[in-house]
Design a protein around this ligand. Sequence first.
Ligand SMILES: Cc1cc2nc3c(=O)[nH]c(=O)nc-3n(C[C@H](O)[C@H](O)[C@H](O)COP(=O)(O)OP(=O)(O)OC[C@H]3O[C@@H](n4cnc5c(N)ncnc54)[C@H](O)[C@@H]3O)c2cc1C
Length: 391
Amino acid sequence: MRTTVGIIGAGPAGLLLARLLRRAGIESVVLESRDRAYVERRQRAGILEQGTVDVLRAAGAGERMDREGLRHDGIELRFDRRRHRVDFPGLTGGRSVTVYAQTEVCKDLIALQLEEGGPLLFEAEALVVEGAEGDRPRIPFRHQGREDVLECEYVVGCDGFWGVARKAFPDGISRVFERSYPYAWLGILADVAPSHDELVYARHERGFALLSMRSPAVSRLYLQVPAGTEAGQWDDKEIWEELERRLETDDDWRLERGPITQKSVTPMRSFVHEPMRHGRLFLAGDAAHIVPPTGAKGLNLAAGDVVTLARALVHERETGSPELLDAYSATCLRRVWQAERFSYDMTTLLHRAPDATPFDARLQLARLERIASSRAAETDLAEAYTGFPLA
Ligand SMILES: Cc1cc2nc3c(=O)[nH]c(=O)nc-3n(C[C@H](O)[C@H](O)[C@H](O)COP(=O)(O)OP(=O)(O)OC[C@H]3O[C@@H](n4cnc5c(N)ncnc54)[C@H](O)[C@@H]3O)c2cc1C
C-alpha cells in the first residue's frame, strides 16, 4: 500500500488529522490496532475548548456536537464548604467550553472518514516505523492476521502513549520530561442528571472530587484515590458517600445519586517527549505528551497538534516550502508546555498529596482565595481553561 501521509492511530488526533487532510485534498491512510466498537466506547475526555469546537465545525464534523454538546460558560471551585464561580465569557472576552464526550467526537469523525475519507483500517496494528530519515518511510503492519507494509511520504504517530512511533526516534535525539503523581482518579458514569449545571472542582481535606457530566441525563464524577487503586476496591455506596463528603457545601446544595454504569481508574502523569519530529516522522497528541486530566487539556492538545501539522503539510504542498514543517515541533511544544503548566497548577491546587503538611494545606487555600478575590488571578485560570490559540 502507498499513500502520502500514513497515520498510526484512530484516536482524536489521527481521525481529525485524516479529516483535515482530506478537506485539503491530501491523501492519507489510518491504521488502528483496535476494532471500531472499542474505539467508539473508550471513555476519556469530555471538555472541548473553544478552538477545538471551531476546528471540528470548520472540518464539517460539528453538526451533532452543535445539537447535543452543552456550552459551559464557567466552572465552580469548592473549598472550605464554599462555592466560587469562574465566569469564562466575562473574563476572556466571550470564550466558553463545550461538554461533548471524546467517544462522540470519535464516532462523528469515524463516520465521516468511512463515508468520505481515505482508508481507515481497524484491527491494523503498526509494528514499527522504518526509514524516517529517508524519503519513503514505511510502516509494516498486521491487519486481521496478515502482514503488509504502508509506504508513505510522511508518517504521523497519533498512537497514544503506548504506541510504536515514539520508539522510532533514535536515543541520542529523544529527551523526555516527566512526573508522576502519588494519586489517581476513580471515575464513574452514572445514569442521573448532573447535580449542578457546570463542572464543580472541589478541594477537600480528604482529597479532590470533580462533578462533571456527559449529557443532561448522565453524570461523570471523579474521586482522588491513591495511585495503584483498583476500581473494584470501591463499592457504589462508598463512592457516593465519599463524593457527598468532598462536595458538601454550607448551603442547601445536594448530590443526586443514580445507578453507576461504569467505573475506572485514571493514573495521573505529566510527560513530554522532545522533539515532536524526526525526519519524516511526526508525533501528535498523547504519543508526544500527557497531562494529568485536571486541566481538561489532553484531547485539546491533540487537536492543536494536528491543526498545526495539517497546515504545515498544506503549506509545503502549495508553496514547496518546508518552513512550517520545520517549525512544527517548536510551535506545538510552546502550547504543550503552557498546558503542562496549567494542568500541574490545577492538580497541585486541588489534590491532597499523601505527604502534605498543614503548611501545604494552608497554601492551597491561600491560592484558592486569591483566585476567588482577584480578577487578574481568576482571568489567568479562565484564559488557560478555555484554551490557548491552536496554532
Ligand atoms: C483513562 C483516560 C482518561 C482520560 N480522561 C481525560 C479527561 O477527563 N479529560 C481530558 O482532557 N483528557 C483525558 N484523557 C486524555 C485524552 O483522552 C487524550 O489526551 C486523548 O485521547 C489523546 O488523543 P490521541 O488521539 O492523541 O491518543 P489516543 O486517544 O490514545 O489514541 C491513540 C490510538 O492509537 C491506537 N494505537 C496505539 N498503538 C497502535 C499501533 N501500534 N498501531 C495502530 N494503532 C495504535 C490506539 O488504539 C488508539 O486508538 C484521558 C486519557 C485516559 C487514558
